[in-house]
Design a binder for this molecule. Structure first.
Ligand SMILES: Cc1cc2nc3c(=O)[nH]c(=O)nc-3n(C[C@H](O)[C@H](O)[C@H](O)COP(=O)(O)OP(=O)(O)OC[C@H]3O[C@@H](n4cnc5c(N)ncnc54)[C@H](O)[C@@H]3O)c2cc1C
Length: 351
């Protein structure tokens, strides 16, 4: 009988689980598995610490998820964000307060802390190791989004000396949207998703400013021009496909590798943690010889579909609205007349 083919097989008992990709999904899963005594190693293509394209605004993850993974401590000194200001171009259209505070912490800090936690728990994190895709038993695919042709580009940089108008500022323009949120050490993360435009030029924060000016965010661009960008924190990413990534394959995939929610929701990192939580039981069962690998894969996929389908559908529709002049006009009108159902929309893109 081939290893991992049957529940009855115990050949893989104590076999380590290999997690490919040491982002939030992979590292938090590794911590959760170590807390259950499962042998685990993470194979990460890059090196820590490193900046990522990310709004660094973590909203919608329950305390129970962080506790199940045993990673609550890494958020202890994070910023807590409550107030939200929404802009249409340069116009303020809506302000509100989040029902539950969001965390603000850079990926530079968060990913490194998770690596240190995994190692402290006895897990192995190998850096500079690029693995190939594969659905072998015991291999978790947490390697992030699947690169594909796309009309989107994500641009992020930290700024210093940038006074904020609310904990989270969300600005929507004609070529995309950008979020501003504080992280540690007085830094403000400015991260946007824009429609690719070959006419835009510049390097680092200058490219970000060029996209902002082209999208009708003149006041915001002026504010950023008066602040101090940390060019070392600048990152860009393109070729990203939103929604379910590859639901048909037999991969045991979590995080963005399974599904990527549009970034305006500020929920992608929460989904990375939630999918890691969903992976804990099937992996623990497989490593104890209580189920086969294909069973573990189907169990995870069913759990992710149940957890994420509604939110991905709603977020896709809203992303379409924000990307269309009529949709933006509608949001603008609702915001200005005080009728924007912010909290209801928010609950649609949360668990
Ligand atoms: C513009 C933008 C803004 C965003 N803003 C927010 C926000 O404000 N709030 C929020 O919650 N989410 C946000 N997100 C989403 C969030 O960044 C992701 O959902 C989250 O990073 C997913 O974590 P992950 O671990 O699945 O993937 P990643 O963090 O991408 O980690 C994947 C890891 O796998 C490694 N890897 C890749 N291929 C291999 C390989 N072959 N072998 C080994 N290692 C490999 C990579 O180096 C990487 O470290 C944003 C995304 C974008 C694009």
């Amino acid at each position: 009988m081939a290893r991992g083919d049957s529940c009855a097989s115990i050949a893989h008992l104590k076999a380590p689980i290999v997690i490919v990709g040491g982002g939030l999904a992979g590292l938090s899963l590794a911590a959760g598995l170590r807390n259950r005594g499962v042998n685990v190693s993470v194979h990460e293509a890059g090196h820590y610490p490193r900046h990522r394209v990310c709004g660094e605004f973590i909203s919608g993850v329950e305390a129970s998820t962080l506790e199940a993974l045993g990673i609550k401590e890494v958020f202890e000194d994070s910023r807590l964000h409550r107030s939200v200001l929404w802009f249409h171009g340069d116009q303020r259209i809506h302000e509100n307060v989040l029902p539950t505070p969001a965390y603000g912490v850079s990926r530079h800090r968060l990913d490194l802390r998770l690596v240190q936690l995994v190692e402290r728990l006895g897990g192995e994190v190998r850096q500079g190791v690029r693995e190939t895709r594969g659905s072998e038993a015991g291999k978790v695919w947490a390697a992030g989004r699947v690169a594909s042709e796309s009309q989107w580009i994500g641009l992020k940089a930290h700024y210093l000396d940038l006074p904020m108008l609310a904990d989270l500022e969300m600005h929507v323009g004609t070529n995309g949207y950008v979020g501003l949120a504080g992280v540690e050490d007085g830094r403000v993360n400015v991260c946007g998703l824009f429609r690719v435009d070959r006419q835009r030029s510049g390097k680092g924060s200058a490219l970000q400013l060029d996209y902002l000016r082209a999208g009708g965010f003149a006041e915001l661009a002026d504010r950023l021009a008066r602040a101090m960008p940390d060019e070392a924190s600048f990152k860009g990413v393109s070729a990203l496909q939103l929604g379910w990534q590859e639901p048909e394959t037999g991969l045991f995939s979590i995080g963005d590798a399974a599904a990527m929610i549009p970034p305006f929701t500020g929920n992608g990192m929460s989904m990375a943690f939630q999918s890691a939580e969903s992976a804990l039981d099937p992996l623990t069962a497989w490593s104890a010889g209580d189920c086969s690998w294909p069973e573990a894969v189907s169990s995870l996929q069913a759990s992710l579909r149940q957890r994420f389908s509604r939110r991905l559908g709603a977020a896709g529709l809203l992303q379409g609205l924000l990307g269309h002049p009529l949709g933006r006009g509608l949001m603008n009108g609702l915001g200005r007349s005080g009728l924007l159902p912010f909290r209801s929309l928010l609950s649609l893109v949360r668990q």
